[in-house]
Design a protein around this ligand. Structure first.
Ligand code: NAD
Length: 434
């Protein structure tokens, strides 16, 4: 059966029904889906073996982003996130984009750099020449440290030497570019850095310093683009043309002001991080790389920009994204493995394109809201449910209290408590009357 990410009315179903619908749409056996998602993933025993000083397991909501169409195929993107409205916003934006044909994405080869710091270097240019003259030997030595990766077509590809700082720093760095194939690569690359450090120090007549990967993996970039017919951006109160203009102005604002760019990028990372976490990947590494890349020209900039082109609004996102579909947390986390299967990702590069696509969808949703109704209208209506739960509402009372708070325009803990107290009193008096 062809995958579809379009499941109208999905949100109206119960959690069990939604699970069944996603299992059906992604061709995953329902029992496999239930086993991996119902209990919230890791058990405490496995957790105790994966990190230190474990005292329990901490769970988060696991959701499906619908309507995503990327490079001509449908994707149900898994998201793990605690923030209300992000999943709905991304799904809604993806629905708008699919009407113009969907997202297009492409990515670089999965290259991550091992960095070897060399110190006490008296003649940096000579040291650099000596290291580069031994490039084939270094690449071979690096490959010997990761035979499993080499067997799968990956391995060391290039050696770059840079002189750092002032002559008084006496420091050079050797970057060894490693093709990590379907792994995120941190452990693989760190193994290489440690394996070749000693030989590099000999070649450069230097002392070896730090040996570790760089999370600014700017040779492993992913790009996503979408072109939205402006009329699709219209809201109840505004034409699509006006919304598109506001979104372009908002993009320029982020391009000119790092204070705005930080929030613009946070909206993008709402989508990306949720997919990264769902699929058991290292979101700290992703965040570090994304923000370092955003500041690469010496000023913090937006990762995505938007422009009007003819009758369309065009969005373009680019960022480094080192994700894996093997190794890391995926070895032990059943829900992460299920999420990966649900995404239909064909490999690490494909998963990076999916995550970035959800990032651009999230950005579109935020900019459209900011250019029209403002961010609070949609956000607070969904946030109201969390407030209702915090005030003590349960089951059907959650929706009831949330809706009443929205009607009254007062979404606060006090407001929720007042509504709850009132409704409980009404229910109590009805029960007494009976
Ligand atoms: P890993 O240590 O699990 O290594 C990947 C393994 O998968 C290797 O043994 C490799 O041979 C094997 N493999 C099987 N099929 C493969 C394929 N098709 N392509 C590539 N490899 C294949 O994982 P990793 O990706 O090297 O490291 C990721 C982990 O490192 C994450 O858990 C991350 O949190 C952690 N980490 C991150 C940092 C950082 O980002 N600064 C630092 C240290 C550790």
């Amino acid at each position: 059966m062809a995958r579809t990410s379009r499941i109208p009315g999905f949100f109206k179903h119960s959690v069990d029904e939604r699970r069944r619908l996603v299992a059906e749409a992604t061709d995953i056996a329902p029992h496999e889906f239930d086993a991996a998602s119902a209990r919230g993933g890791l058990d405490v025993g496995t957790s105790d073996k994966s990190v230190e000083n474990v005292i329990g397991v901490y769970t988060l909501p696991f959701a499906a982003t619908l309507n995503v169409r990327m490079n001509g195929r449908d994707v149900i993107a898994p998201m793990v996130i605690e923030e209300p409205s992000v999943v709905a916003a991304a799904s809604n934006a993806a629905r708008i984009v699919r009407q113009g044909g969907g997202f297009t994405a492409d990515a670089d080869e999965p290259i991550v750099a091992a960095q070897i710091q060399l110190l006490d270097v008296d003649a940096p240019e000579e040291a650099r020449a000596c290291v580069l003259a031994a490039k084939s030997e270094i690449l071979a030595l690096a490959d010997r440290a990761v035979p499993g990766l080499v067997a799968r077509g990956g391995g060391a590809r290039d050696v770059v030497v840079r002189v750092l700082g002032e002559p008084s720093d006496r420091m050079i760095v050797v970057d060894v570019h490693v093709d990590c194939r379907d792994a995120m690569g941190a452990n693989l690359v760190n193994s290489i850095a440690e394996a070749i450090g000693g030989r590099l120090a000999e070649l450069a007549h230097a002392r070896v310093g730090f040996r570790i990967l760089s999370n600014l993996c700017d040779r492993r970039r992913v790009r996503v683009r979408c072109s939205v017919p402006m009329e699709q951006l219209a809201t109840d109160n505004m034409s699509g043309v006006d919304v598109a203009r506001g979104m372009e102005e908002g993009s320029r604002f982020a391009e000119l002001d790092p204070y705005r760019a930080a929030t613009h990028n946070k909206g993008i990372m709402n989508g990306i991080d949720a997919v990264v976490i769902a699929t058991g990947n290292d979101w700290r590494a992703v965040e570090a790389g994304a923000h370092a890349y955003a500041a690469r020209e010496g000023r913090y900039q937006p990762l995505a920009i938007w422009r009007r082109e003819g009758a369309h609004l065009v969005g373009k996102l680019e960022l480094p994204l080192a994700l894996g579909v093997v190794g890391g947390t995926l070895r032990i986390h059943p829900t992460a493995r299920l999420a990966l299967k649900m995404s239909g990702a064909q490999g690490a590069t494909d998963l990076a394109m999916i995550a970035a696509t959800v990032g651009l969808a999230s950005n579109l949703a935020a900019l459209r809201a900011l250019a029209s109704d403002g961010i609070q209208r949609g956000h607070m209506a969904l946030h109201a449910r969390t407030v209702a739960i915090a005030a003590g509402a349960a089951n059907e009372m959650v929706e009831r209290v949330a809706e009443r708070m929205v009607e009254l325009g007062d979404i606060s803990l006090e407001g929720a408590r007042r509504i709850l107290a009132h409704d409980t009193a009404v229910i109590g008096s009805a029960a007494t009357a009976e």
